[in-house]
Design a protein around this ligand. Structure first.
Ligand SMILES: *[C@@H]1O[C@H](CO)[C@@H](O)[C@H](O)[C@H]1NC(C)=O
Ligand SMILES: *[C@@H]1O[C@H](CO)[C@@H](O)[C@H](O)[C@H]1NC(C)=O
Ligand SMILES: *[C@@H]1O[C@H](CO)[C@@H](O)[C@H](O)[C@H]1NC(C)=O
Ligand SMILES: *[C@@H]1O[C@H](CO)[C@@H](O)[C@H](O)[C@H]1NC(C)=O
Ligand SMILES: *[C@@H]1O[C@H](CO)[C@@H](O)[C@H](O)[C@H]1NC(C)=O
Ligand SMILES: *[C@@H]1O[C@H](CO)[C@@H](O)[C@H](O)[C@H]1NC(C)=O
Ligand SMILES: CC(=O)N[C@H]1CO[C@H](CO)[C@@H](O)[C@@H]1O
Length: 282
């Protein structure tokens, strides 16, 4: 029962949302902002595919005007299938253990994209995109075009870019524009991220390939860089996702509400708990 719920879930927790079609059908990503899934770990969070990332404690504005500062998202990456490929099926799923998954199946290959806020390496937002060739499919290059929704320059933070000293990695940093009071300082933020290429290619002899893109945010350059580097090490050892997943499975094993009979209500309860748990630091 539990496992089944974990993997089928798409949650609508707000009464504001009127796009109820998603409860039974999640073949397309919801247009309404309120229906779009959020991923977070209590330190960093984003609405999937949106151009905003928020960091714990990072507010901009004086007194009542204080609001969460918008960090432009480097984690809103979309893949586009080659136009001559017919899509057999496609799905968008929020798995409460806790990862957003976009899956596309074509006659030649499958693509899986996972987006999550890492539960252990809590400064990281991770995107990974895997292409797996179907056995028997023609061995030819498969190129996926990528786009990212970084959005406009931040209205809250004066960002400057600098050399990250890591190949393929961008770095920018800045402070919020307006402090909360006359006497408090503005707040710093530092971000390292994997540069997103225009496309990725599964070359002819390969049967599968995974590309990982990370965004690391922190109020210090040292910390942001060190989380990025730790993430990179975990990618190399193949453990980045499993450490995240294991901590979430442990979290659910420590407490949850199971409900038989009413699947819809059971999903809503899991969903509500997911949103609470993903808003709290570990
Ligand atoms: C799809 O288009 C690419 C690039 O134009 C080409 O290399 C490939 O052979 C085509 N694949 C199919 C199945 O038509
Ligand atoms: C592609 O996805 C379909 C549907 O989930 C699955 O049956 C098939 O085994 C997958 N192919 C590969 C190579 O993973
Ligand atoms: C960035 O830093 C690296 C290492 O210090 C250096 O090799 C590289 O030339 C620098 N790149 C630019 C564009 O300054
Ligand atoms: C940014 O914030 C840090 C830490 O509060 C502070 O030391 C620094 O002076 C600020 N920089 C600017 C340009 O305000
Ligand atoms: C992939 O990106 C490279 C530049 O990185 C570009 O030269 C090439 O034309 C692109 N290919 C496709 C199929 O979009
Ligand atoms: C950065 O955040 C930590 C808490 O995560 C806080 O203790 C520290 O003072 C902050 N540093 C700056 C420069 O704002
Ligand atoms: C592949 C792609 O769309 N890359 C873009 C991601 O966003 C940055 C910042 O807006 C662009 O410079 C890249 O071209």
């Amino acid at each position: 029962m539990l496992h089944r719920l974990y993997t089928v879930l798409w949650v609508l927790t707000t009464a504001v949302c009127t796009d109820y079609t998603l409860v039974s059908n999640y073949r397309r990503f919801p247009d309404q902002y309120c229906c779009q899934p959020t991923i977070g770990n209590g330190f960093v969070a984003t609405v999937v595919y949106s151009n905003r990332v928020h960091m714990n404690g990072l507010y901009n504005g004086r007194y009542g005007g204080s609001h969460r500062a918008r960090i432009p998202s480097m984690a809103a990456i979309s893949f586009h299938l080659p136009s001559n490929m017919s899509i057999k099926s496609q799905s968008f799923t929020l798995d409460v253990t806790s990862v957003f998954i976009r899956f596309a199946e074509t006659t030649e290959f499958n693509v899986t994209q996972r987006i999550y806020a890492h539960e252990y390496l809590s400064r990281l937002l991770v995107n990974d995109i895997s292409v797996v060739r179907n056995p028997g499919a023609t061995k030819e290059d498969v190129t996926l075009v990528l786009t990212n929704n970084t959005g406009p320059t931040s209205e809250d933070i004066n960002f400057k870019t600098a050399n990250s000293t890591r190949p393929g990695v961008g770095y920018m940093f800045g402070n919020t524009t307006v402090s909360e009071t006359e006497t408090s300082g503005t707040l710093p933020v530092h971000m390292y991220w994997t540069l997103v290429p225009q496309n990725v290619t599964l070359s002819a002899p390969e049967t599968s390939h995974t590309w990982t893109f990370m965004t690391s945010v922190s109020n210090s350059s040292t910390e942001s860089a060190s989380f990025y580097d730790m993430g990179q090490k975990s990618v190399s050892s193949g453990t980045l996702f499993s450490t995240h997943r294991d901590l979430w499975l442990h979290k659910w094993s420590q407490g949850r509400v199971d409900l038989d009979q009413d699947l819809q209500l059971a999903k809503a309860i899991y969903g509500s708990m997911y949103y609470i748990l993903s808003s709290l630091p570990r």
